[in-house]
Design a protein around this ligand. Sequence first.
Ligand code: NAG
Ligand code: NAG
Ligand code: NAG
Ligand code: NAG
Ligand code: NAG
Ligand code: NAG
Ligand code: NAG
Ligand code: NAG
Ligand code: NAG
Ligand code: NAG
Ligand code: NAG
Length: 409
Amino acid sequence: MRFAAAHALCLILGGLTVAAGGDSNSPWHGHGPGAGDECTLVAKGHGIDDAPQLLHAWQKCSTISIPAHTTLNIATRLNMTGGRDKHIDLKGALRFNPDIPYWTANGFPFTFQTQITFWILGGENIVLDGGGLLDGAGQAWYDAFAANASLLRPIIMTLYQATNVLVQDIHMLNSPEWNNFVNEGKNVTFSNINIQTFSTSKNFFANTDGWDIYRSDTVTIKDSIINNGDDCVSFKPNSTNIVVSNLNCNGSHGISVGSLGQFPGVFDIVENVTSTNIQMSNAQNGARIKAWAGPNVGSGIVKNITFENFSELAVDNPVVIDQCYETNATECAAFPSNTYIQDILFKNIAGTGTSTKVASLACSPDGRCSNVQVDNFSLSSPAGAAVYACQNVNLTGNAASLFGACTVT
Ligand SMILES: *[C@@H]1O[C@H](CO)[C@@H](O)[C@H](O)[C@H]1NC(C)=O
Ligand SMILES: *[C@@H]1O[C@H](CO)[C@@H](O)[C@H](O)[C@H]1NC(C)=O
Ligand SMILES: *[C@@H]1O[C@H](CO)[C@@H](O)[C@H](O)[C@H]1NC(C)=O
Ligand SMILES: *[C@@H]1O[C@H](CO)[C@@H](O)[C@H](O)[C@H]1NC(C)=O
Ligand SMILES: *[C@@H]1O[C@H](CO)[C@@H](O)[C@H](O)[C@H]1NC(C)=O
Ligand SMILES: *[C@@H]1O[C@H](CO)[C@@H](O)[C@H](O)[C@H]1NC(C)=O
Ligand SMILES: *[C@@H]1O[C@H](CO)[C@@H](O)[C@H](O)[C@H]1NC(C)=O
Ligand SMILES: *[C@@H]1O[C@H](CO)[C@@H](O)[C@H](O)[C@H]1NC(C)=O
Ligand SMILES: *[C@@H]1O[C@H](CO)[C@@H](O)[C@H](O)[C@H]1NC(C)=O
Ligand SMILES: *[C@@H]1O[C@H](CO)[C@@H](O)[C@H](O)[C@H]1NC(C)=O
Ligand SMILES: *[C@@H]1O[C@H](CO)[C@@H](O)[C@H](O)[C@H]1NC(C)=O
């Protein structure tokens, strides 16, 4: 029955040649869905789960259209991996039904940071666009998390083993957890994404990162607006060749490399990352790099990272390197970080902090940071004269004089 219903909703594009569909041996009447077909989905309504028809269209159609004013009710998980030459034209919405017991038991799990997700999307040559909405229906999750701090909450969209992907002109609302996870991706672009997160109760929308990049190469994130409650963009282990530009981040924890080097025996690489033209407002951090130190941690390399053209407004820590992450001074001196940091540029960083300390570049002892350049800083604080702190690093650049001599531990 579901097949027949799904078929009835698959409209063949005018002008399509017969080669694209209409196999005479197919079980379909007339044109069955085949390569080149466009399928248009209509919500079943009455609380019926639309995930099966969306999955069916993903298997059978090259273009999947969700028209304006159509909200698909996604009540079961979406495994949309291994696709090829797919276009999801989302003008309407996908709303992820907040059935907490269902998702905590059935969300796709990832060992990395113990995450789960509603949706894995992967394969090759995939476009998701159309101006529509991914609605995480997060309020129920924010309220449940307030009562259960170990509650697993689903990421809206995980690009998993995805190559040559474009996500553009998409709104994301109230994710229960991270908004976008790029896991083992290559050549992925996000453009014109509008992320909004808010709570109508007293409970906060925790861990709602904009993007987390992991084991991925060649990722671009640009021209987007993010209003959330955790990292705006986070470069996790093995993020390489990344450009982030023209973002307006509000209320976040900033743009962050790391934390890296946490797990013994694991080597983390973050290399070739540029973040530029960033408006960062009401945030915990602006531009940040953090790496673990201590006795039982991992190792890695952070190399060629540029933070350029940051305009910051009311940011608690506008510029940060913390290479003694989660350790105190004694322990960091005994066990300096094995995640080396080199070739770092902070350039054209302007705006306001919230406390007097507007920059803190704290490296582990024993020369674990090298070639750190600071240029053209223009930061002030409403709390008094701006303080620039540095430790165990030789800074270069025209803003180095603001820092003066760095502490050696
Ligand atoms: C998703 O579906 C593919 C087959 O289509 C399967 O190989 C894969 O294991 C599934 N992934 C998960 C996480 O269930
Ligand atoms: C809290 O969440 C965890 C993880 O999702 C779950 O295993 C546990 O049962 C929940 N606890 C309660 C009291 O609901
Ligand atoms: C990268 O992906 C885009 C689609 O976003 C595609 O147009 C482009 O050809 C891909 N680049 C390479 C080198 O494959
Ligand atoms: C920006 O973030 C602040 C602090 O989190 C919040 O109070 C404010 O409403 C946000 N502004 C917008 C435009 O969303
Ligand atoms: C990162 O890449 C390196 C080199 O390929 C590899 O040895 C390491 O295990 C990777 N780390 C992670 C966290 O995947
Ligand atoms: C970083 O970029 C340089 C210059 O393009 C390139 O040679 C190097 O291979 C890149 N590193 C990684 C890890 O991709
Ligand atoms: C540094 O990374 C950027 C990408 O973020 C890349 O364009 C540039 O070539 C890299 N430079 C070096 C010296 O590797
Ligand atoms: C930073 O801003 C300056 C001045 O607006 C501009 O010339 C430069 O191209 C920008 N840098 C990047 C990497 O966008
Ligand atoms: C530093 O941390 C270590 C390990 O947690 C702890 O044993 C030690 O007491 C701490 N020292 C200070 C000065 O807080
Ligand atoms: C320094 O930053 C200011 C904005 O804070 C900008 O107008 C100016 O062009 C920058 N100077 C250089 C040399 O990049
Ligand atoms: C800073 O430079 C001096 C002189 O070259 C060198 O002795 C010292 O080890 C360097 N410090 C760090 C933290 O790299």
